[in-house]
Ligand binder design. Structure first.
Ligand code: SF4
Length: 430
């Protein structure tokens, strides 16, 4: 690896096998938390997301969602512009009018999220109070919640964290049930949820539920006899609120790749006292099949170098998968935020001699990237084009959040997401 360019000489902290974490503060190139609406609205099927924001927010949502609105959409933007600056009371009245008109026209909406954004007039609005006020009027028709997707407070996957945290806060406190239950926390595509559900059934873990639920009517079981597994590494606040209800987190790597998935399932199996032979009987065929599919992409990935720009908070588990199971050389893992407890099992599996940088100073990171010359860079959309124009192959990090990438069946698909741009660059260079 080349010498570290422009990083503080002393790292702020060390993790795992003495891996230093450098902290960097400066200009960031990360989407805001509104982006999460794109996958959240697909997951909670009777929810609607009303962004209270500016025209910029409306453009972001529209372009991030593409043009895939065929029927009634389940997100929109209430634009609070100069017209409303005359008084906050006017803005509250305007918001109430928009919400009531929406719910009258769309009685199918059973859960409405008011999503805050950056403009100062929106920050002054206090959406949690607006949600409480509207809830009193709309009682029995719709649950109204609020969270912030503002770029000042959230990076793009933190929007999911803020949304799920608001859902937990709105869930009534429960007394512990006699039977322990397993809660899987984090948005997963339905197909992945079904695969995991089948595995848990075969293992004999009966009482399993997924959060967020598909329907607003579904009450999620969280109490002191709940054990939970995180499916995503960016849910710090959600996890904190779940633990406030007495639930216990099962420490595990995240279910990316064959090894990550096996270790994640094993954490649940151990907590439920499932014996080794039963675990092997359920997982071995899937492991063999996943490894065979994954092998197809290894020639494209082995010994290729990779750097991550901070974006999705998936960077550390993905780097672990790509180095351990695909033979890639990880040069730098940039990540917006590190939750050390949630990632402790991942740190143990990372190779030594890598550079982890928490936060971002984009110009300095670009300098390091140019000096390292990785074969592929994982970054946000805003950096991908300029880097490609410099001859650096890129992978959009947002695609890694949109695509089904968890679990055995998706391990090869996950590898393919990195192999494809590398193969394309090879062909272009030939
Ligand atoms: S960064 Fe702020 S203003 Fe821009 S789209 Fe996101 S919430 Fe809206």
């Amino acid at each position: 690896m080349n010498a570290i360019v422009d990083l503080p000489k002393e790292a702020q902290a060390h993790v795992g096998k003495n891996i230093p974490i450098y902290k960097e503060r400066g200009q960031r190139e990360v989407f805001c938390g509104l982006t999460g609406i794109i996958w959240l609205h697909r997951k909670i099927q009777d929810a609607f997301f009303l962004v209270v924001g500016s025209r910029t927010c409306a453009h972001l949502i529209q372009s991030a969602a593409g043009v895939m609105i065929f029927a009634e959409p389940r997100f929109a933007t209430a634009i609070i512009d100069d017209r409303d600056l005359a008084g906050i009371a006017d803005a509250h009245d305007e918001l109430d009018r928009v919400v009531k008109a929406l719910l009258t026209r769309r009685p199918d909406i059973k859960m409405l999220f008011l999503v805050g954004s950056c403009p100062s007039e929106v920050i002054k609005l206090d959406l949690s109070r607006a949600a409480q006020r509207l809830n009193k009027e709309m009682i029995n028709q719709c649950r109204i919640l609020s969270y912030s997707g503002s770029g000042i407070e959230t990076t793009f996957t933190q929007g999911e964290d803020a949304c799920l945290a608001s859902l937990i806060s709105d869930t009534p406190k429960q007394a512990p049930a006699a039977e322990q239950n397993l809660l899987i926390v984090g948005c997963l595509p339905d197909i992945v949820e079904d695969q995991f559900q089948r595995i848990f059934n075969e293992l004999g873990i009966a009482n399993v539920s997924f959060f967020p639920p598909k329907s607003s009517k579904q009450v999620v079981e969280i109490h002191s006899n709940t054990q939970y597994l995180l499916a995503q590494p960016f849910l710090a606040e959600t996890a904190r609120l779940i633990e406030e209800r007495g639930a216990k987190r099962l420490s595990a790597p995240f279910p990316f790749g064959v090894e990550g998935t096996t270790a994640w399932l094993k954490a649940a199996a151990n907590a439920w006292g499932i014996d080794e032979s039963k675990f092997d009987q359920v997982t071995q065929v899937r492991i063999d099949r996943a490894k065979k599919s994954l092998a197809r992409y290894l020639p494209a990935l082995e010994n290729k170098s990779i750097s991550f720009f901070p974006d999705s908070q998936l960077e550390i588990p993905l780097a672990r998968f790509l180095s351990k199971e695909c033979g890639m050389k990880v040069l730098e893992i940039g990540t917006p935020y590190i939750h050390k407890q949630h990632l402790e099992c991942e740190f143990d599996l990372l190779p030594e001699n890598i550079r982890i940088v928490e936060g971002q100073d984009v110009e300095k990171q670009l300098d390091r990237c140019r000096s390292d010359k990785p074969d592929i860079v994982v970054c946000g959309l805003g950096l991908a084009n300029p880097l490609e124009s410099e001859g650096i192959t890129t992978k959009w990090s947002i695609e890694l959040v949109f695509s089904p990438v968890h679990g055995y069946e998706q391990a090869a698909d996950l590898a393919e997401l990195f192999a494809r741009p590398l193969n394309r660059s090879l062909k272009l260079a030939a």
